[in-house]
Write a new protein. Sequence first.
Length: 191
Amino acid sequence: MRKEQPKMLGASLVAACLFMFGALCAGPMVNARANEKIAVPKMGDRAPDFTLQDFNGESFTLSELMKTKSVLLWFTNLCGGCQPEIPKLLRLRSQYETKDIEIVAVSLLGENRETVEAVIRKNKVTFPFLYDPKGAVTELYSGKYVPATCPLKNIYLVRKGGKIVWASHLPGADEKELSSQLDKLTKEAGK
């Protein structure tokens, strides 16, 4: 009987490991399927309005800004792929801020303020960077909020007045493509 105990213990450990591995692998698939069923805004839709605070404690309401400007809205988890995009967005901001286009970033890091604040300081970010600690705004745009993950569509160009005219993923969309989309928008507005 004692010889059978190690075999049973070993079999139990193997079964437990397989169960945990399966649960970890199935989780993202379940989330992806659930996310596909949720309606998220697409090109031509009105951008969902929201109010958040930036990392300086100032209140920001999208609809207020869209009365006078178009907005490039970027949802970011500041991963190793996202952080190198910040200098690109800073260049675009300096190029288009006189053409009534504002760049706004929304943190996908949940309640992790420290990481975002460090990235803002390190990169000398000058565009609004908003704090979405519970992911409520992220859910409006991606359908599902999982802290520190990036939605398939995480960058939106919203025309003054609120219509989404372009959506993509960053990193992925290069600076030339972003400039082209912003140029189209400024030509439409006559700027």
